[in-house]
Design a protein around this ligand. Structure first.
Ligand code: UGA
Length: 426
């Protein structure tokens, strides 16, 4: 059993803390927000993350998980410090490491000899090596241990990961890396021990590869519409080649969330700093930037002029299974529709307040009332189960643009709707 300090109780830090407590370790999780620390100490979890409230409750009740205000306790008196603070996009597209550096300055004098400082925050290649230098403590190990948690599946991804990647920095890094791998005993995941710069790159490279796959499939869908092919048939045919696989081949309104947009920009910036031309990554980002505009073009073709049209948006979060609106493609589409003068109402099972130009209503049925068109923007499974004849009776015009290829085509068409999906000729 190890004593673990986690700095930052965001979705990564909180998941890390609660899951290490579940694995039997003794965990202190620090944050700078008093209200958050107080709520978490009562086992109240603000974020929508399946299984996380239960795990936090279990850890707090079992006294293996504590929440504290300020970092002192999470730095001193522990064997491992996990740095889980945000690394947002800075002015030049590079990751902003201000929060990481602030923690390290505190850690320099606080951590015990033999402690291992673990960077879990997503940081540019070379950061852990630099940190080891700045920390200047030969008696403290520094490693990079990137997270691969998907929002909405974070607990499962942590407790049953497909891989644990630990990168060693500095002279005592290798031994420290082996100790960090030991913390994940019980998850059964294969471990990869690398240098810290490689580990840092694994994280960016994975997210950027997935983003690239999605931009590729979104362009392919556009081509399918023009030449009269069907993207579902094309991707099904592709996916049977196990070198390609079936995952991340669903076209959509664009990729978003708190990770892909930030990480693609950060890797491009790291490549530029290293004077490496990476046109594929530039095109991945550029293609996604064009996707919201493309959705609006499809809506205009299906609905007609948008000025004054009442449009009902189904789904606002960046994907299903989360309440996260950060960099949501649904909101990018909404902003463009509003620019063209559309009046927007929306429903999302996890959003209860108005979002920019979207007036949020309490149900899909309310959104449908008198609508000139409906748009599915997030793939919430419940949208596939809606009462289509009832909705057909409520709308002013029976037009649906389903950007997630989610709806049951037969039922929707039978109810009299004109259904437009990405990657099929309308
Ligand atoms: C992503 C990665 O999947 C995680 O492995 C990683 O740990 C995490 O970022 C992170 O860096 O912390 P997440 O941001 O939760 O996780 O979202 P994803 O499930 O990967 O979805 C990203 C975007 O791609 C969403 O907007 C989603 O709707 C879109 N998407 C995904 C599609 O449009 N089509 C697909 O087939 C799959």
């Amino acid at each position: 059993m190890a004593r673990i300090g986690v700095v930052g109780a965001g979705y990564v830090g909180l998941t890390t803390a609660a899951c290490f407590a579940r694995l039997g370790h003794e965990v202190v999780c620090a944050d700078v927000e008093p209200a958050k620390v107080a709520a978490l100490s009562r086992a109240e979890v603000g974020a929508h993350e399946p299984g996380l409230p239960e795990l936090v409750g279990e850890g707090v009740r079992g006294k293996r998980l504590r929440f504290v205000l300020g970092n002192d306790e999470a730095l001193s008196g522990v064997d491992f410090v996990f740095v889980c603070v945000p690394t947002p996009t800075g002015a030049d597209g590079a990751a902003d490491l201000v929060a990481v550096h602030a923690v390290l300055r505190e850690a320099r004098d606080a951590v015990r000899p033999g402690c291992v400082v673990v960077l879990k925050s997503t940081v540019p290649p070379g950061t852990a090596e630099r940190v080891a230098g700045v920390l200047g403590r030969e008696d403290v190990g520094v490693v990079s241990n990137p997270e691969f948690l998907r929002e909405g599946h974070a607990v499962d991804d942590f407790l049953r990961p497909q891989r644990v990647v630990v990168g060693a920095a500095g002279p005592s890094g290798e031994e420290a890396a082996r100790r960090v791998v030991g913390l994940y005993e019980g998850t059964g995941a294969p471990a990869v021990i690398t240098g810290s710069t490689s580990a840092e790159l694994v994280k960016y490279a994975s997210n950027c590869f997935l983003a690239m796959k999605l931009s590729y499939v979104n362009s392919l869908a556009e081509l399918c519409e023009r030449v009269g092919a069907d993207i579902s048939d094309v991707t099904e045919g592709m996916s049977l080649d196990d070198r390609i696989g079936a995952a991340f081949l669903e076209p959509g309104p664009g990729w978003g969330g708190s990770c892909f947009p930030k990480d693609t920009r950060a890797l491009l910036s790291a490549a530029e700093d290293a004077r490496v031309d990476f046109p594929l990554l530039r095109a991945t980002i550029g293609t996604n930037g064009h996707q919201a505009r493309r959705v609006v073009d499809l809506v205009r073709s299906a609905v007609g002029p948008l000025r004054g049209a009442r449009l009902g948006l189904l789904g606002l979060t960046f994907k299903a299974g989360t309440d996260d609106l950060r960099d949501s493609p649904a909101l990018a589409v909404a902003a463009l529709l509003a620019e063209e003068g559309a009046r927007l109402v929306g429903y999302d099972p996890c959003v209860g307040r108005d979002c920019g130009p979207v007036r949020v209503l309490a149900s899909a049925e309310e959104v449908a009332r008198d609508a000139d068109g409906l748009l599915v923007l997030t793939e919430w499974p419940e949208f596939a189960e809606l009462d289509w004849p009832a909705l057909a009776g409520a709308v002013r015009r029976r037009v649906i643009v389903d950007t997630r290829t989610l709806l049951p085509v037969d039922k929707v068409v039978e109810a009299g709707f004109h259904l437009v999906t990405l990657g099929r000729r309308a």
